[in-house]
Design a protein around this ligand. Structure first.
Ligand code: CUA
Length: 149
């Protein structure tokens, strides 16, 4: 085998190892929730938000031409929002402003990611995947408020 070829293979192997170790570090030590794909279930056809416990909510989001359901979500400050995302028609994007969330809404599949909201505010969700003539109007909001006492 050529020496250059060996070096390139060693460099590729090293980069792959660095990538896998970084991913493992993010998931275990930093507890960063890496986007996942859960098995498609016919049970999730209704867009809704459910409270699981005092600071955990499940948000079932449906993307479709050209909007997201639910179009507004209210959760208290300090909540974890477990997002389940699917699409009713074509592939859409799902970007949450100020959170660095970048998911894809794919018909026939459910994406899942958990996001912690420690600061109050209005977090816009926008579609960032061109999906047709109404693409630029596709948005929704997560409103994070202090709980009413
Ligand atoms: Cu949906 Cu762009």
């Amino acid at each position: 085998m050529d020496k250059l070829e060996l070096r390139v293979m060693a460099a590729a192997g090293t980069l792959l190892t660095v990538f896998l170790v970084s991913l493992l570090y993010a998931v275990t030590a930093r507890k960063i929730d890496v986007p996942a794909c859960v098995p498609y279930s016919g049970a999730f056809k209704q867009a809704q938000v459910k409270q699981v416990d005092s600071n955990t909510y499940e948000g079932f989001f449906v993307a479709k031409m050209w909007g997201f359901e639910p179009s507004e979500v209210y959760i208290p400050v300090g909540s974890d929002l477990e997002i389940y995302l699917t699409s009713q028609d074509v592939v859409h994007g799902f970007h949450i402003e100020k959170k660095g969330v970048n998911m894809m809404a794919v018909p026939g599949a459910i994406g899942k990611q958990t996001i912690h909201f420690s600061e109050p505010g209005v977090y816009k969700i926008v579609c960032h995947e061109y999906c047709g003539t109404g693409h630029q109007n596709m948005q929704s909001e997560i409103i994070v408020n202090y709980p009413v006492k």
